[in-house]
Design a binder for this molecule. Structure first.
Ligand code: SAM
Length: 219
């Protein structure tokens, strides 16, 4: 289990935190938490403000995952919270023999997944992964498990541990200090379980999560 930044090739965007903080209401959050069309492709106050494929998002990062975890050409990778399958698509472009699987709670995202990965993705909840124990060489979950309430979030961590036979890597909303905490509260739309990095590490330990992790910091 290690804290490791495997997202340092992912493009950084300047987030309009102050602007969003003035505008978002509980009503926006409720819409966003449905993870429907408004969250992905609606306006910015409900989520992404347009969730479209671009190779610059994941192409370099999947190379890093491959190299860091020493993935064999025919290894198996699960993406929990795969959205429209952008990362899995880039994995398949890089490693055509890779066995990929993706799961997302959003019927909209799965219905609009990229054509080449559609056969491998399904609607489901991270708290109950529909795969046998030790199914995957690598389980990745980016900005997803913090969207569950605490007990379900714990369950999703146990599930990731259960279906992974070797490696896992997570990104979750977190902070190191009060400034980052305030920024996170201002920025957050959908997360229900988010905390200081030390508390996440304690939680990982409590549930027996042994994979790697890094943080999404609102900055
Ligand atoms: C911030 S998006 C991240 C999407 C993708 N991992 C990425 O980094 O581009 C969060 C994703 O988690 C999904 N999600 C939220 N709650 C979930 C749950 N309980 N089980 C599975 N997926 C969930 C959402 O539908 C959404 O696709």
């Amino acid at each position: 289990m290690a804290e490791i930044n495997l997202m340092n090739r992912y493009p950084r965007s300047k987030r309009p935190i102050d602007e969003r903080a003035k505008l978002i209401t509980e009503a926006h959050r409720q819409v966003a938490r449905q993870f429907g069309p408004e969250f992905f492709d609606g306006d910015r106050l409900h989520g992404y403000g347009g969730y479209s494929y671009h190779p610059r998002f994941w192409q370099e990062t999947v190379k890093l995952f491959r190299d860091h975890y020493g993935l064999a050409d025919d290894a198996s990778v699960l993406d929990v919270g795969c959205g429209k399958g952008f990362m899995l698509h880039d994995f398949k472009e890089l490693m055509p023999n890779l066995q990929v699987a993706g799961l997302d709670i959003s019927e909209y995202a799965i219905a609009n997944a990229m054509e080449d990965v559609k056969p491998f993705v399904q609607v489901g909840n991270a708290k109950a992964l529909p795969y046998p124990d030790d199914s995957f060489d690598l389980v990745i979950s980016i900005n997803t498990v913090h969207n569950l309430p605490l007990e379900e979030c714990k369950q999703s961590l146990r599930e990731i541990e259960r279906v992974s036979r070797r490696h896992a890597f997570l990104i979750v909303d977190a902070w190191h200090d009060d400034t980052e905490k305030l920024r996170m509260h201002q920025w957050n739309l959908t997360a229900l379980t988010y905390m200081h990095v030390d508390n996440w590490i304690r939680l990982f330990d409590e549930v027996g999560y042994q994979g790697d992790y890094y943080w999404f910091i609102a900055e």
